[in-house]
Design a protein around this ligand. Structure first.
Ligand SMILES: Cc1ncc(C[n+]2csc(CCOP(=O)(O)OP(=O)(O)O)c2C)c(N)n1
Length: 328
């Protein structure tokens, strides 16, 4: 913008005032503006100097219902060596999932896994990459993996959109950025054409299915691709289908396994389990999308599935029934 404004013949300063590196938070902006002689209404105040109550920590996590969660709970469980990439799924590197161990720039993940495999890391490398990033810069790296027969398992996290930057279309969606229909570049034939012989596609919400495919693909000492496919839960048409799940308090033991999938819709209840003294799980009905990943990992069947909720509601007297679709 600075350049364009100058080209219009209007005096403009930008990079000469504000730092080129680092985050432009309000304190940095205010300080730089004041140093450049711009009028700032108040002197910069460090947040610590303000007499404010301590805010609860709110570290970034994958959204409730994020289709990437199932893959990361699996990789975390398997303690796999994972090379990551750039997109919403980069959040898989943070606790409690902590399932990504390296991350460079868009498209670097597969290449890093390839390099580690060729350098003899001693364990099977897994690379995770989003659909958009794969079309953008993952394809050459995967061709390299296939051609050089590196035993990398590449997991393409296909949420049918470019979620992190605002749901733009990509070559897998069949719509151009000008909203015109176009030819989809299907992932599986594309990957096969690049020279991958072992390919599986699984619904990202199918926890057992993901584990089965992972085991099968890891059994081959060859390049392999797992496509984990499910639409981003925040796409407008998917939002309409959200159904909040419920915890059956009598069945929950406070074991905490559901807390470990890092879903912001699963809260710690103030109710404690009588035996373990640990907090029971509680589902935030406003945030839950009903993806059922938590219900699948719960070893006590303490989280009702959509079908179970629907069934329970059908048996309720009419006056008590609440709408299922879009009810929350
Ligand atoms: C070189 C480069 N170009 C663009 C970006 C901005 N960017 C960040 S994530 C992303 C796409 C992520 O989409 P996808 O791989 O489908 O993952 P999702 O967020 O949907 O999980 C883009 C374009 C970037 N980080 N680096």
């Amino acid at each position: 913008m600075e350049q364009e404004i100058r080209l219009l013949g209007i005096a403009c300063e930008g990079k000469s005032i504000f730092p080129l590196c680092g985050e432009l938070d309000p304190t940095v902006v205010r300080r730089a503006a004041a140093a450049a002689g711009l009028a700032v209404d108040r002197p910069p105040v460090a947040a610590a100097a303000l007499d404010l109550p301590e805010l609860p920590a709110r570290p970034p996590v994958l959204c409730a219902g994020c289709p990437h969660r199932g893959v990361f709970q699996l990789l975390s469980k398997k303690k796999a060596a994972v090379s990551g990439d750039i997109g919403c799924y980069t959040l898989g590197l943070l606790p409690p999932l902590s399932a990504i161990h390296s991350c460079g720039c868009m498209g670097a993940g597969i290449g890093v896994a390839h390099g580690a495999a060729k350098a003899g890391i001693g364990e099977r490398m897994v690379a995770v990459i989003g659909d958009s990033t794969f079309y953008h810069t993952g394809m050459p790296a995967l061709a390299n993996v296939a051609y050089n027969r590196a035993n990398v398992l590449t997991i393409i996290l296909d949420n049918r959109t470019t979620a992190m930057t605002g749901h733009q279309s990509n070559p897998g969606t069949g719509i151009t950025l000008q909203h015109q229909e176009t030819e989809v570049i299907e992932l599986e034939p594309l990957v096969r054409a690049l020279g991958i012989r072992h390919i599986a596609t699984v619904d990202s919400y199918d926890v057992a299915g993901l584990e089965k495919a992972y085991k099968e693909l890891m059994a081959h000492d060859e390049p392999a691709v797992l496509v984990a496919r499910r639409e981003c839960a925040l796409l407008p048409e998917i939002r309409k289908r959200w159904v909040a799940l419920e915890v059956v308090e009598e069945s929950c033991t406070g074991c905490g396994i559901c807390f470990r999938i890092g879903c912001p819709a699963i809260l710690k209840s103030e109710e404690m389990d009588a035996k373990s003294g640990k907090p029971l799980a509680l589902i935030d009905a406003d945030a839950c999308t009903g993806c059922e990943v938590c219900a699948q990992v719960c070893p006590h069947d303490a989280i009702l599935t959509r079908d179970q909720i629907r069934e329970a509601r059908e048996h309720q007297p009419a006056s008590c029934s609440t709408p299922i679709d879009g009810g929350n």
